[in-house]
Design a binder for this molecule. Sequence first.
Ligand code: V47
Ligand code: SF4
Length: 371
Amino acid sequence: MKNLFDHINDTELKVVAAKVFAGSRISGEDALLLYSKADLPVLALLSGTVRRRLNNDFAFFNRNFHIEPTNICVYNCRFCSYHKPQGDPESWEFTHNQMLDIVKKFDNIKVTEVHIAGGVHPLHDLDYYCLLISRIHEHRPEIHIKAYSAIELDYMISMSGLSIKEGLEELKKSGLDSIPGGGAEIFDEEVRKRTCPEKTSSKRWIEIHETAHNLGITSNATMLYGHIETYAHRVDHMRRLRDLQDRTGGFNAFIPLKYKKANNPMSYLGEVSILEDLRNYAVARIFLDNIPHLKAYWPMAGRELARMSLLFGADDLDGTINDTTKIYSMAGAEEKNPEMTTEEICRLIRDAGFKPVERDSRYNFINTFAL
Ligand code: V47
Ligand code: SF4
């Protein structure tokens, strides 16, 4: 009978595969080798091994909704399709009452999380953001509030003159539970200079997440890929995250975000193929052995890629029941009006051969749909 190694022809790849099957950590060089030499069946086999070790046959989703407070932003990331300067006719900005009205629309609907993130408004300070969180928390205390990317946090906390730790403590007191993974982009300083030069530095992004983890505020981490970065930049990005996770254990999920080209100054680059997306999910799953979950954010990726990603290491679809997130729709996301019923998400997961689990924001099981 053939053994698994017989499917792998390259000698160096066989060594990496042996590490993965043995449950050992792979190096950055190993990850580069996987990116450049491993074909998709081998990547499916290796990432499937890691995903089963970490998450069995489960594929998670949650019931959440999004609030984007504003698209007004002081920054000008070259890949961003939706930010506008203050006063622009296409800008929007919700008041606290309007955002509370969005929360109230879900009063009789089973949701467990609200995700709040948007542009970096020039005028709002920490008190403004704390007040919004505390009003939502008062209105619906049981809902998990995942809010403000490290970029928004950096700006609001700097404006208040507090340290990161003090600022995050204030937000936590107001009811903040966790922080989303945005703003990481690609950590390499040269790539950052060319794609989002004004933005919070990589060092500061890491510092904000590390401080949050140390305060018991968990978070996610993203990686924006498929533009000017090389495989080495992706591996460097993930290595910085893996190192941080070794120190704190505070990341819940890693979320690769494919660069989408509509309506932004980097469109001339085009977009990478779905095969490249699958390759990327797989290498991420194998390399990031200490981040428990790999999220294929389906409103952005689309249903078909999200379904296939489950075979390349992903175990979480996010599962937004009503996603009005404009940051993707304006960049050309696959899903124009992302809304999936529980039945649809379960079917999608079962079609790929996995077991659907509704989770809460800490990945506790809520419903296993009679597995
Ligand atoms: O940091 C901006 C990305 C991110 C484009 O934590 C783009 O659960 C693709 O972080 N093409 C914000 N991506 C969104 C984000 C997120 C999303 C879903 C779930 C979670 C979570 C976090 O959106 C930005 C940036 O990397 N982005 N423009 C674009 N043209
Ligand atoms: Fe602003 Fe975020 Fe867009 Fe950058 S990606 S311009 S920080 S809204």
